[in-house]
Design a protein around this ligand. Structure first.
Ligand code: KIV
Length: 303
């Protein structure tokens, strides 16, 4: 007879509990409310940029909390040197497949340059399009005090807003390049003030980009909404990266804050070289890649 000891049973139930918890975590539907809960519990939030269906499915299955259709689309997908030329149509076009691929992740779509700056009316109507046509769950826009009216109006329309402070790429011409922000006492104070203002205006989260890590920690401790950092250190409530950067798929420039989690660029280049060589050598396609022959009898009848 097989005797199960008490300690074996305990170990079995403990393992089952861990597996269930892990499954619950991966299968958890992420919402603006779960973002709040995660901050309250001190759980870190993961976010990645995403621009298509297949990648959205992979990220979602991996348990990433949020997929951001960033206007970095302009750089890493469309090949522009900045984000300024990205249109509402571009954003909607790429938000739709991501929303179809994401079953659990919170889908956030960026509002592109000049889709919200000129008027509150533009801001509400364009945010609405990203939900209605793109099927995003929330929108992201850049700026602090200057866009609080827009944030308030979009939130009043029932659309969750993620703000974006620090290095805001749509203002690249005003900054004079990709520079770390908030380095002086005055600039740091402005960013902290902006963070308080966007929270008051109703934003549910804020991306903070390229600011000193201690300033990002101070902001994260001061406001009650989650901060999602990129180049802002470990003190933020979550982190976001452009996925082509973290997979080694984008070589035009590599910011200091990027960690390469894989080098798929090298693997892809090698695969493309192998394919090119096999096509040219006539070794691809091989028999196993071909459909059954129609046969001589059929071929002989063809004219
Ligand atoms: O557009 C984008 O990808 C972003 C992230 C860098 C946060 O805004």
């Amino acid at each position: 007879m097989h005797v199960v000891s008490l300690s074996n049973m305990r170990a079995f139930f403990y393992r089952a509990h861990i597996v269930r918890k892990r499954r619950e975590k991966v299968g958890m539907k992420n919402t603006v409310a779960t973002f709040q809960e995660m901050k309250a519990k001190g759980e870190k939030i993961s976010m990645l940029t995403c621009y298509d269906y297949s990648t959205a499915k992979l990220m979602d299955e991996a348990g990433v909390n949020s997929l951001l259709i960033g206007d970095s689309l302009g750089n890493v997908v469309l090949g522009y040197e900045d984000t300024l030329s990205v249109t509402m149509e571009d954003m909607i076009h790429h938000t739709r497949p991501v929303a179809r691929g994401a079953k659990n992740a919170l889908v956030i779509a960026d509002m592109p340059f000049m889709s919200y700056q000129a008027s509150v009316y533009d801001a509400v109507m364009n945010a609405g399009r990203l939900l209605k046509e793109g099927r995003a769950h929330a929108v992201k826009l850049e700026g602090g005090a200057a866009v609080c009216e827009q944030i308030r109006a979009i939130v009043d329309a029932g659309i969750p807003v993620c703000a974006h402070l620090g290095l805001t790429p749509q203002s690249i011409n005003a900054f004079g390049g990709h520079k770390v922000q908030g380095k002086s006492a005055e600039a740091a104070q402005t960013i902290l003030e902006d963070a308080k203002r966007i929270e008051e205006a109703g934003a549910f989260a804020v991306v903070i980009e390229c600011i000193p890590a201690d300033l990002a920690r101070k902001i994260s401790e001061t406001i009650s909404i989650p901060t999602i950092g990129i180049g802002a250190g470990p003190g933020c409530d979550g982190q976001v990266l452009v996925y082509q950067d973290m997979l080694g798929l984008f070589s035009d420039f590599k910011p200091k804050f990027v960690k390469g989690f894989a080098n798929l660029g090298e693997q892809m280049t090698q695969a493309f070289k192998d394919y090119d060589a096999e096509v040219k050598a006539g070794s691809f396609p091989a028999a196993e890649h071909c459909f059954k022959d129609v046969g001589e009898e059929v071929l002989d009848k063809l004219y």
